[in-house]
Write a protein that binds this ligand. Structure first.
Ligand SMILES: *[C@@H]1O[C@H](CO)[C@@H](O)[C@H](O)[C@H]1NC(C)=O
Ligand SMILES: *[C@@H]1O[C@H](CO)[C@@H](O)[C@H](O)[C@H]1NC(C)=O
Ligand SMILES: *[C@@H]1O[C@H](CO)[C@@H](O)[C@H](O)[C@H]1NC(C)=O
Ligand SMILES: *[C@@H]1O[C@H](CO)[C@@H](O)[C@H](O)[C@H]1NC(C)=O
Ligand SMILES: *[C@@H]1O[C@H](CO)[C@@H](O)[C@H](O)[C@H]1NC(C)=O
Length: 387
């Protein structure tokens, strides 16, 4: 009796000492602790404990006449008849910079080949590129190929060849990406409103078109609404560090957390959502230049929230492996390897090998080893190994 009592006392004492030690370490290090960690804690607590989103919506609502300045840019290239008279499964906008001709060509001859999609997958998908006006570089003479005017002529030429460039005359720059987002939803509203799905993607993305088309056909046959899938960011804090590409000043966005949104690398919404987003852009202040966050704000204003799809990538590149290709939807950061990846990913052997039980078990093991790494790797989440 006495012995157990003493042991308990000793245990409690040790616990107390450890707790004190941990607390003092935390208190001493608090100042030095990464400020991004603190902002994540803050943003999470706001997202889950205090709902400030109503305020966000109200503060960013502006009169229609003022919101119009984010969308009334002149079209330099347009294709009003692109969608006329066709049953379109997916309208796919690729956000491309004028100078990325190589990337556009790679997309046209791999996953973005409309003829291939029609003939092999039996679906009508329209792939178009959203562009702003090229930057004029002051130091270069006007007759130079890369200068604004000369380069614009090259774009006209490219457009005559392929007929898939949609361009407005705002300056194409990182900080104008929200204008590009608005361009896409407005174009869909006026030119392609009957497409069943809308997707927007970066020009360095790889899309496994057969998997995506199949998924959207399944979803479409069930007649879903309020559909929005991608890699979801929940409770992300604005970045207040000046050096970051994603820096957002306090005056532009004073709250500690963004509404949930999907990574701009690539996401899909259903027709009804696209239409409501269009409506939201008519009354929101689009000064916030991070386009995927702005999409989150629009979606919040219309009451739609994103759903995570395990095989949509955020910043990261998917591992190269047939077991991954079997389920992959998008993977980010592909430029030179896009031709090889496309060939490997749609190879019939991928499906054949995996349909057998042994193939499935083997793939689960492979995915576990590829996706469930102890260190942080921004590819598909570990959960994806079990799906
Ligand atoms: C697209 O696919 C079709 C049929 O598969 C092929 O004939 C055509 O050359 C491809 N287009 C490009 C740009 O590679
Ligand atoms: C965005 O485009 C507008 C219109 O061309 C231009 O005046 C503005 O400077 C651009 N903003 C940025 C940050 O590039
Ligand atoms: C942020 O950048 C501006 C210039 O763009 C500079 O004047 C200012 O000092 C910077 N602030 C911090 C905290 O680094
Ligand atoms: C939109 O927000 C910006 C700051 O991000 C602000 O300067 C501007 O005045 C706002 N526009 C309107 C019409 O309220
Ligand atoms: C956002 O604000 C608009 C205009 O004030 C309103 O119509 C809409 O219902 C609001 N949405 C939410 C989710 O509060």
């Amino acid at each position: 009796m006495f012995m157990t009592f003493r042991r308990i006392r000793k245990c409690q004492c040790m616990q107390l000492v450890t707790t004190c030690l941990v607390l003092s370490v935390v208190m001493v290090c608090w100042e030095q602790m990464d400020s991004s960690f603190v902002s994540h804690v803050k943003s999470y607590s706001h997202r889950y404990l205090i709902n400030r989103f109503v305020v966000i919506n109200k503060s960013l609502t502006i009169p229609r006449e003022q919101a119009r300045r984010f969308s009334n840019f002149r079209y330099l290239m347009d294709h009003p008849d692109k969608c006329v008279g066709e049953d379109i499964l997916l309208l796919l906008f690729v956000k491309s910079s004028p100078e990325n001709t190589e990337r556009r060509n790679a997309i046209r001859s791999t996953w973005g080949n409309e003829t291939y999609i029609q003939n092999t997958l039996g679906a009508t998908v329209k792939v178009v590129f959203a562009l702003g006006a090229p930057q004029t570089k002051k130091e270069e003479p006007s007759w130079s190929k890369r200068s604004g005017v000369g380069f614009q002529n090259q774009l006209f030429h490219e457009n005559r060849l392929y007929g898939d460039l949609i361009q407005q005359d705002f300056l194409d720059s990182f900080h104008n990406l929200t204008l590009k987002l608005i361009l896409q939803f407005h174009w869909m509203h006026s030119r392609c409103a009957h497409a069943r799905f809308f997707m927007t993607a970066d020009d360095d993305i790889f899309i496994h078109m057969p998997n995506l088309v199949k998924h959207l056909q399944d979803v479409s046959s069930r007649g879903v609404m309020d559909f929005w899938i991608g890699r979801v960011h929940r409770g992300a804090p604005p970045i207040r560090n000046n050096d970051s590409k994603y820096y957002v000043p306090f005056e532009m966005y004073p709250w500690v957390v963004y509404p949930d949104y999907t990574a701009g690398a690539g996401y899909v919404v259903s027709r009804d959502v696209a239409d409501k987003i269009y409506q939201a852009t008519l009354t929101l202040n689009a000064s916030l230049y991070i386009d995927d966050v702005f999409m989150g704000i629009c979606a919040h204003a219309i009451g739609v929230s994103p759903q995570e799809h395990l095989f949509f990538a955020g910043e990261g590149k998917a591992p190269y492996h047939p077991c991954i290709y079997d389920q992959m939807m998008t993977s980010h950061g592909h430029v030179e390897d896009i031709y090889d990846l496309w060939k490997a990913a749609i190879h019939p052997e991928v499906k054949e090998r995996i349909t057998w039980l042994t193939g499935r078990l083997y793939c689960t093991a492979v995915k576990l080893s590829l996706l469930c790494k102890p260190y942080y790797l921004d590819t598909y989440p570990c959960k994806a190994a079990f799906s």
